[in-house]
Design a protein around this ligand. Structure first.
Ligand code: EPZ
Length: 424
């Protein structure tokens, strides 16, 4: 199994080109199941999760081709017919986002059979909101032998779905289902994450009418047929935030090319409060910390968009582990997203967890150590800690990083990091 070796202590300086967002690309790919025409997606990142989704869509009957384009990759998906309505356990357990095929399949062919994802490293993560929403659109849902079986032989019907809590995935599944439902669907308390809006804009390009994009109330007018489209995946705000924090933790200066600062307002505000300078550039922004200037301790609470994202909580904790003073980091989205804490502690971080809050007392210097993590963002927080630490850090279980960070070592090494992948 590959590992990453980092020799820490070098301020990073340079430019990083931000890739297309994994969490936007995955639902956009699933949307290809809604039409018998081609859906071409530009700026699709080369990541393990993207490959898993392509394999799953292939199983359902979508042909996928990939071509290099100027900024990234163009993936063309063509689901002329739906060959198989089952999303098998082996693929779904690899990647929970597989549940996103449920809405499109039942909307297009009136039936779907998708393995229940089960729990994962960051929490129990039920899918009840996806299922209740689809039931309101008229799908009959049965759970059998670990699978969700959904049927709507006469098609889905528009309805009002009011989510009791904000869910990115449930909003996306319902958006796609509503796009082919008969009549109008209203999604209330919908997620407003930029990735949800990206999907909505693509569905509009495919022929759906959607009002309220970017707000908590989405009004969708379904169509009998959707057409193909060409759509560019938005830049990854979580990758962007991660590298802005890499600049901050190393006392460096990084230009994030192609990034959208407007998708990261809550994060930028916290970085500025901590003493990081953020400046817009022609096509992105620059994040820098004066060498020698210490970071101020800042409290953070994760929230649905536009609040501080849970997907940057672990990275921010690594940053606060080196700040001067104490900060409080509260996780409100997932119940078990502090798996990085014991690993950061092995590098000398001083963190105490009480329930959903981590109390972080900054230390003068982190120390390199062999570490490993159980999910993508936890793993990258250890990379950030390693970049700032004295000595050598070995990050094990690199496959987590490969799920969500395109060419991580190359991007960091180009800014002066001493980082390499060790095979085997
Ligand atoms: C998406 O997951 C992202 N994944 C996650 O990114 C991200 O952390 C999360 O949204 C929150 O922003 C993708 O986009 C592929 P949710 P999702 O439904 O859709 C509970 C990463 O590191 N809930 O918004 O699964 C749930 O348990 C990943 O890239 C229910 O109770 O998240 C959680 O506590 C990890 N019932 C909360 O809602 C449901 O039916 C928010 O989850 C659905 C969710």
């Amino acid at each position: 199994m590959d590992r990453i070796r980092i020799r820490g202590g070098r301020p990073l300086d340079g430019t990083i080109a931000i890739s297309g967002a994994k969490n936007a690309a995955l639902p956009l790919m699933a949307a290809a199941l809604l039409t018998e025409e081609r859906l071409a997606l530009d700026n699709v990142p080369a990541l393990a999760d993207i490959e898993t989704m392509a394999v799953l869509l292939g199983q359902h009957g979508a042909e996928t081709t990939v071509a290099a384009d100027a900024g990234g990759r163009t993936m063309t998906l063509h689901a002329r017919t739906i060959r198989d309505i089952t999303a098998p356990y082996d693929l779904v357990r690899k990647m929970r986002a597989s549940i996103l095929v449920l809405g499109p399949l039942v909307a297009r062919v009136g039936e779907a059979r998708v393995s229940l994802p089960g729990g994962c490293a960051i929490g129990t993560r039920p899918v009840d909101l996806h299922l209740k929403g689809l039931a309101l659109l008229g799908a009959e849902i049965v759970l059998r032998e670990g699978y969700v079986e959904a049927r709507a032989p006469h098609g889905l019907k528009g309805a009002r779905v009011s989510f009791p809590m904000v869910s990115v995935g449930a909003t996306e599944n319902l958006l796609m289902a509503a796009a082919l439902a008969d009549g109008e669907t209203i999604l209330a308390n919908a997620a407003c994450e930029p990735e949800v809006s990206d999907l909505a804009h693509c569905l509009v390009a495919m022929g759906t009418a959607i009002e309220g994009i970017g707000t908590g109330t989405l009004r969708i007018t379904g169509r009998k047929h959707l057409r193909g489209a060409r759509y560019a995946v938005l830049p990854d705000r979580i990758e962007t935030g991660t590298y802005a924090m890499a600049a901050a933790i190393t006392g460096g200066d990084i230009v994030l090319a192609g990034a959208r600062l407007d998708d990261l307002t809550a994060v930028a505000d916290k970085l500025v409060e901590a003493g990081v300078a953020i400046e817009r550039t022609a096509d992105g922004f620059r994040a820098r910390r004066r060498r020698g200037a210490s970071l101020a301790a800042v409290d953070v609470t994760t929230e649905p968009y536009p609040g501080f994202p849970t997907d940057l909580q672990a990275q921010f904790m690594a940053l606060m582990a080196t700040a001067s003073g104490a900060s409080r980091i509260t996780e409100t989205i997932f119940e078990n997203r502090f798996m990085h804490v014991p690993e950061l502690a092995r590098m000398g971080a001083d963190v105490q967890v009480q329930g959903a809050t981590a109390f972080v007392r900054g230390v003068a210097r982190l120390k390199g150590a062999p570490v490993m993590a159980t999910d993508l963002r936890a793993s990258v927080s250890l990379v950030l800690a390693g970049l700032a630490a004295e000595g050598e850090t070995i990050v094990n279980r690199v496959y987590h990083l490969d799920r969500g960070y395109e060419r991580l070592e190359a991007k960091l090494a180009a800014c002066g990091a001493d980082i390499e992948r060790i095979g085997g």
